[in-house]
Every structure is written in C-alpha cells, then in structure tokens.
Design a protein around this ligand. Structure first.
Ligand SMILES: [Zn+2]
Ligand SMILES: [Zn+2]
Length: 348
C-alpha cells in the first residue's frame, strides 16, 4: 500500500476553495478500521460547504477533507476491532455517536447529544482512504452495487422521513424533488403509497425523474397552485401525509394546507428563513401531527433500508444520474449547483 492518498480538501475559507491534495494515509487507532473508498456521493451538505454559506462558516474549520457518503472495503483493522475484518464491504454512518449520552443509551443515536459529522467536524470520505469507527460502520450486502451503496446516507434520510408517518395505502405528497425528495418518491412507490403527488417549484429535469419513478401526479408549483390541484383530486378532503423536503417556507405552508384533518406533516427540508404559521387554525384545531426528522435512526433505518434494497421493489437507479471519475469532482459540484442532476457519485 502506498503511503499517501488523494483527497478533496476544503482548503480555503471562501466559495469553492476545494483542492485535490496528497496526504498521508491515516492509520486506524483503537476500535477503528481503515476503509479503501470505492465510491463517494456528493450531498447537498457538501454543496453548502462548497458555497461557503452561513452554516459552513460556523461549522467547518479548514483545511478539512469533505464528504460523508461512501462505500468501500476494509483494508486494515485497528486494535480491539472485534467484528469487522479485512475485505468486508462497508458503508459508514456519517454521524459519529458517543454511545454514552442519554439518547444513545435509549436507542436514539441519531439524536446523540455529542454527535459529530464526518466531512465537516472531522475528516471525511472524499479520499482514497478513511479511518472510521467500527461501531459506526455498516456491513453491506455483497450484491449491492457500490454506486448504490454510496447513497445510503440520503436514502436512509428518505426512509426515516417516509416511515415517520403511515404512508402505506395513503395519499402522500413530497414537496421538493432534490435527491432526498426523489428518494422519498422511490420509497413511497416501493412500500405502496396510494397516490404520490411529487411537487417541485420548477425543476423539470427532476420532475421527469419523479414521473419515471412512478409518482402519480407531478406538479410544478410555479405553474399551478399545488393546494388547489391536490384538493380537486382528493374531493376537498386533503392528503394523509405531506413530506416537506424543500426547506421552502412557502412549500411548508402549502403542504400544511394540503393535509386532511389529523394528517401528518413530516419535515426534513431545512431553511435559514423563519416560517410564520397560523398555529391555532392550521395546526391545533386541525389536529395536525408535525414531525422533525434528522439523520437516520441507528440502526432501525439501516435494517429497513437493507430489507427494501433486497426486496427488489426499491428503484433508485434513475436517481443516480451521474457517475464521474474522482478527479472530475468540480464537474460534479457544477451539476449540483445547477440542479441538473439527481445523485452524483464519484468513483475511485
Ligand atoms: Zn448526505
Ligand atoms: Zn451520544
């Protein structure tokens, strides 16, 4: 094995500021494994860091190897690694948990009080090698293609979101057709939602993918009033569940108005804007259930994902629109910036 590796580093605190660098390969310490990365996917979070927005400036200290979505092979195990072995085909859960806080101990590691994210709090996976804690590493089925294994982080977000409410046999809308929104459409299709309303503001490229995934209604909210459209097709009753994945305050308000009495509003989209809601009339008197979703449940979501991927019903290939060589990462970020893509996977 060589001594050094290529990695994508946020080198400068400014928009873009990314560089391909040569670094020494890290060694796995106590309880950690060294993974040779095969595939890595670009996330909206990486785009935030690329654009050096408010969140990134507060959270990320440069220089930092970015990236948190990946798959690869274990090539070395550190002291006291008990379960994984060299050659295992794995993916890392990108939220490092402490295992000790109240939430971890109660089985809610996704809301660990001390969690740190790879690719922003610590060095990430846009590298030929990454050291990762054994207890944060997931063993993949050997049959899972590496470009699919790389997107289990956002797929897990989508699964966590869909399973927060009762979507099976129910009418569900997805607001926002970025990669996580599209993955939510695929999951809804796989589990048998009654009617899927896929709604985006104006991104026809992504709306086409939603149609191919089997969404029953695909709507551009810039062209027609989504609330009127939904109400006409549900006899004025409204939807059972709305998944808000866009982060747009307007979409959140529209989503709330699309719901039936006692429906579920599941929020995973984030925004730096404040949203104003008529809590009394739109939430309390209508008995709406609001759920906030972060990360993937450890490890409930991962087992559910394993099962859904093995079922053959979950179709994610149309969402992985680009597979690029690692060196072409700038092209990947351009595609993400222009929103002319689904998931972009880098191959090492
Ligand atoms: Zn991600
Ligand atoms: Zn914890």
């Amino acid at each position: 094995m060589a001594d050094t590796m290529k990695c994508i580093v946020k080198a400068r605190p400014e928009p873009d500021g990314l560089e391909m660098q040569e670094r020494s390969i890290p060694r796995p310490s106590h309880g950690k494994v060294l993974i040779k990365v095969q595939t890595a996917a670009i996330c909206g979070t990486d785009l935030h860091i690329f654009n050096w927005d408010h969140w990134s400036r507060e959270r990320v200290h440069v220089p930092r190897i970015i990236g948190h979505e990946f798959a690869g092979k274990v090539v070395e195990t550190g002291p006291d690694v008990e379960h994984l072995k060299v050659g295992d085909y794995v993916t890392g859960e990108g939220h490092l948990t402490c295992g000790f806080c109240r939430n971890c101990r109660m089985g809610d590691g996704h809301v660990c009080e001390n969690w740190r994210g790879i690719g922003y709090d610590v060095d990430g996976c846009f590298a030929e090698y990454i050291v990762h804690p054994e207890l944060n590493t997931w063993l993949n089925d050997e049959t899972l293609p590496p470009h699919v294994a790389a997107i289990q982080d956002p797929l897990g977000n989508a699964i966590h979101t869909v399973f927060a409410a009762d979507c099976i046999g129910n009418d569900v809308a997805v607001f926002g057709l970025g990669p996580v929104g599209l993955l939510a459409v695929a999951v809804l299709k796989a589990i048998g939602a009654a009617r899927i309303f896929a709604i985006d503001w104006d991104n026809h490229y992504r709306m086409d993918i939603a149609g191919r995934l089997g969404a029953h209604h695909v709507i551009a909210a810039s062209e027609k009033n989504a609330v009127d459209y939904v109400m006409e097709r549900t006899s004025g009753k409204g939807l059972d569940v709305v998944l808000e994945v866009s982060g747009s305050p307007e979409a959140l308000q529209d989503g709330l108005r699309c719901l039936r009495m006692a429906g579920d509003l599941v929020l995973i989209g984030t925004s730096n804007k404040t949203v104003s809601l008529d809590i009394t009339n739109d939430v309390v008197f209508r008995a709406i259930n609001i759920h906030g979703i972060t990360g993937r449940r450890l490890w409930h979501t991962w087992y559910k994902m394993k099962g859904l991927l093995a079922s053959g019903n979950l179709e994610v290939e149309p969402i992985i629109t680009h597979r690029l060589p690692f060196d072409d990462f700038h092209k990947g970020f351009e595609l993400m910036q222009a929103a002319r893509c689904g998931k972009v996977v880098l191959e090492l």
